[in-house]
Write a protein that binds this ligand. Structure first.
Ligand code: HXC
Ligand code: NAP
Length: 289
C-alpha cells in the first residue's frame, strides 16, 4: 500500500514478531525498508524467524529472546537495538497470551499470566522506549494491537479483555501526555485473523457441536462473511506507524469486517428472517398501526 522505501532508515521493534500477525507485520515493514527488531520468549523460534525475515524481505533483522513481563529483558533488547541501529523509531506492542475458559475455573495465576503478558508487557516496552525517546527529543510512535473487546468486554477471555482494555487506555492516555514530545500512540483492533497461536487456544472448531460451530463461524458472525487476511492488517499497521499518518494520535482503528457492530446491533437478528416472510410481517405491522 505504501511506496517502496517508506521506512528506509527507520527501525521497528515488534514484540511477538516471530509468529502470527507480528510476523506478517514484520514482512510488510521489512519489504518497505525498515530495520526490524523482533523479540519474544522462545529463543529458537525468534532467531529462526529473524533469519527467514531477512531472507524474505532483504531487511536487517535482529531476533532477540525477551519476556516482555521482565523489565531487564526489555531494556536488554533496547540496548541491543540502539547498539545495532542507533535507535528504535517505532514500537509495536503485539505480544499476547490468551485462551478461552469459564472465568470461575481460572486460578489467580492463570488470570495473572495473561494480564501480565498483555498489559504489563505493553507498559514495560512503552515506558522503556518512551524514556529513551523523550531523552532523544526525536519523533517516534507506538502501535498496540488490541481487539474490539477492549471496549465491549467479553465473557470467556476475561483476563485478555482486562489486559487489552488497559492497553487501549495506555495508548489514549500517552497520546495526550507524550504528544508534545512528538510521540504518537495508537491502537489497532483486529477481528479474527487465523493464526496458529490464536486458533489453537480460542477456536476448538472441530470439537464444537454443529450449532455452536455455526455461530462461531465467520459467515455467521461477520457482515463481510470472512476472516481477515494478514496482509490487510499489515498494510493498515504500516500506514499507522508511517509518516503518512503523522497526525494520527490516540486513535484505535478497527479492522474486523463489521464483526463487533453486528454483535452489538440490537436488530442484527433480523437478518435471519427468510425473505418470503417479509410480506406477512409488513401486513402484521401495518395491521397493528
Ligand atoms: C485454564 C490455564 C490454561 C487453560 C494455562 N492455564 N492454560 N488455565 N485453562 N487453557 C493456567 C496454568 O494452569 C497456570 O496456572 C497459569 O495458567 C500459567 O500457565 P503456564 O502454562 O505456566 O503459562 P505460560 O507457559 O507462561 O503460558 C502462557 C499462556 C500460553 C498464556 C497460558 O497460552 C501462552 O504462552 N500463550 C502465548 C501465545 C498466545 O496466547 N497467543 C494467542 C493470542 S490470540 P496454575 O494455577 O496451574 O499455576 C489473541 C486474540 C484476541 O489474543 C482476539 C481474537 C479475535
Ligand atoms: P501468536 O502468534 O500466538 O502471537 C503472540 C506472540 O506473543 C507470540 O509470538 C509469542 O511468542 C509472543 N509472546 C507471548 N508471551 C510473551 C512474553 N511474555 N514476552 C514476549 N513475547 C511473548 O498470536 P497472534 O494471533 O499472531 O496474536 C498477535 C496479536 O494480535 C496479539 O496481541 C493478539 O491479541 C492480537 N489479536 C489477534 C487476533 C487474531 O485473530 N489472531 C485478533 C485480535 C487481536 P513466544 O511464545 O515466543 O513468547
Amino acid at each position: 500500500m505504501l511506496t517502496a522505501g517508506s521506512f528506509a532508515g527507520k527501525t521497528v521493534l515488534i514484540t511477538g514478531g516471530g509468529t502470527g500477525l507480528g510476523r506478517s507485520i514484520a514482512v510488510t515493514l521489512g519489504k518497505l525498508g525498515a530495520n526490524l527488531v523482533i523479540a519474544s520468549r522462545k529463543k529458537d523460534v525468534i532467531e529462526q524467524a529473524a533469519l527467514e525475515l531477512a531472507e524474505e524481505t532483504g531487511a536487517q533483522v535482529l531476533g532477540l529472546p525477551c519476556d516482555v513481563r521482565k523489565m531487564e529483558d526489555v531494556e536488554a533488547v533496547l540496548d541491543a537495538a540502539w547498539a545495532r541501529f542507533g535507535r528504535v523509531d517505532v514500537l509495536i506492542n503485539n505480544a499476547a497470551g490468551n485462551f478461552i475458559a469459564p472465568t470461575e475455573s481460572l486460578s489467580h495465576r492463570a488470570f495473572e499470566v495473561v494480564v501480565d503478558i498483555v498489559l504489563k508487557g505493553s507498559i514495560n516496552c512503552t515506558l522503556a522506549c518512551g524514556k529513551r525517546w523523550i531523552a532523544d527529543g526525536k519523533p517516534a510512535n507506538v502501535l498496540s494491537v488490541v481487539t474490539t473487546y477492549a471496549w465491549t468486554g467479553t465473557g470467556y477471555t476475561v483476563p485478555s479483555a482486562c489486559g487489552k482494555a488497559g492497553v487501549l487506555a495506555l495508548m489514549r492516555s500517552l497520546a495526550v501526555e507524550w504528544g508534545p514530545h512528538q510521540i504518537r500512540c495508537n491502537a489497532v483492533a483486529p477481528g479474527p485473523f487465523p493464526t496458529e497461536g490464536a486458533w489453537s487456544r480460542l477456536f476448538p472448531v472441530d470439537m464444537l457441536p454443529e450449532q455452536v460451530a455455526r455461530e462461531a463461524s465467520p459467515e455467521y458472525r461477520i457482515p463481510l462473511g470472512r476472516v481477515g487476511e494478514h496482509e490487510e492488517l499489515a498494510n493498515l499497521c504500516s500506514y499507522i506507524v508511517s509518516d503518512y499518518a503523522g497526525y494520527l494520535n490516540g486513535e484505535c482503528i478497527t479492522l474486523d469486517g463489521g464483526e463487533w457492530l453486528q454483535q452489538a446491533g440490537q436488530f442484527s437478528w433480523v437478518r435471519h428472517i427468510p425473505k418470503e416472510l417479509w410480506p406477512q410481517i409488513e401486513k402484521w405491522i401495518r395491521g397493528k398501526a
